[in-house]
Design a protein around this ligand. Structure first.
Ligand SMILES: Nc1nc2c(ncn2[C@@H]2O[C@H](COP(=O)(O)OP(=O)(O)OP(=O)(O)O)[C@@H](O)[C@H]2O)c(=O)[nH]1
Ligand SMILES: [Mg+2]
Length: 307
């Protein structure tokens, strides 16, 4: 079966960081330094779970914005998912940005096709996260952009912590699934069998396909440990010492990380468990678990226009 196309838009005013975000998600860090304003639209293709994902980066300078609205159908039709990026550091432009956002929403409504919407309040850099003014503005932007009751999810993001981008991007992609709950159930059952407090399933593009967390504290712990996946992935390609499982002891918890194959595609499986024998337990349960994942991930995403 030929997999369907999924259209993702990144929109926001000029200089808000859209192209930098897309480059970071692709690990093209070296290109971020010399970045120039995007002239019109740039399209990037991604393969996620076998789907052909087209990411449209809509350059945000005024002349281009006008063009998009003149040719609405060409740019906005059949959008499955919109990431709208607001520059947190440019408070003079909040209202201009809101106007642009609402105008895009109007077009979608006109077209009878309101996609899933995720808002990135961007440039929430690590060194300013406790700054009083920044926190005030963060709240201001959040209130401004959620007043329309659009069922839009908001993420605070920065290219200086790429996991903030991975989390926001993954949330959007997974929101296109009708099987999110089924996957959630599979992960929860696996957590019970393995005495786990946290489970994360990540695809080869580092899209978080699913996660389980016992409670808020273990969610935060799991999220703090996510960057270890990059270390694991880096060491795995280092020829002399092939890594199979990565196991680390965290007081009474054990972190277990492994690259598994689901339908010939690699996925990262990260687990935090109370059991010290977690490595052996997982090896025993893995074949069955992988089979369940294969079933659940079949036709996992549903392009919006087909809903
Ligand atoms: N401090 C900070 N700067 C960022 C961040 N992300 C991007 N930038 C900077 O913001 C500027 C604009 O980034 P771009 O990615 O070109 O912005 P854009 O939204 O694609 O701009 P247009 O293509 O004109 O619409 C660049 O100087 C980036 O280095 C971030 O998370 N924090
Ligand atoms: Mg750009």
């Amino acid at each position: 079966m030929v997999k369907q196309m999924i259209k993702i838009l990144f929109a926001g005013l000029q200089n808000s960081g859209k192209s930098s975000i897309i480059l970071t998600l692709q690990k093209k860090y070296s290109q971020i330094g010399g970045i120039r304003p995007t002239k019109g639209v740039e399209r990037v293709g991604l393969d996620i779970l076998g789907y052909n994902i087209r990411v449209w980066d809509l350059g945000g300078q005024e002349e281009f914005r006008e063009k998009y609205f003149e040719k609405k159908d060409e740019y906005f039709s059949e959008t499955d998912l919109l990431f709208y990026v607001v520059d947190l550091l440019d408070s003079r432009k909040y209202y201009e940005s809101l106007t642009y956002f609402l105008k895009i929403i109007e077009v979608f409504k006109e077209q009878g096709n309101l996609p899933k919407i995720v808002i990135f309040i961007h440039k929430y850099d690590p060194d300013i996260q406790n700054d009083e003014m920044i926190l005030k503005n963060l709240e201001k932007v959040r209130v401004l952009f959620t007043q329309e009751n659009l069922d839009a999810e908001v993420f605070n993001t920065t290219i200086y912590n790429e996991w903030t981008l991975i989390q926001g991007f993954s949330f959007g992609v997974v929101s296109l699934s009708k099987k999110e709950k089924a996957l959630q159930t599979r992960l929860q059952e696996f957590a019970e069998k393995t005495d786990s407090t946290y489970i994360l399933l990540l695809d080869k593009n580092r899209v978080m396909i699913g996660s389980y967390k016992e409670d808020e504290m273990h969610r935060i712990l799991g999220e703090r440990l996510m960057p270890i996946i990059d270390v694991y992935s880096d060491i795995s390609t280092f020829s002399m010492y092939k890594l199979t499982n990565l196991i680390a002891q965290l007081s009474d918890l054990t972190l277990f990380l492994k690259l598994i194959q689901v339908k010939d595609d690699p996925f990262y499986l990260m687990i935090i468990s109370r059991s010290k024998e977690i490595g052996a337990i997982i090896e025993e349960l893995l074949p069955e678990f992988v089979k369940e994942l294969e079933e659940t991930l079949e036709d996992f995403l549903v392009p919006f226009q087909n809903v």
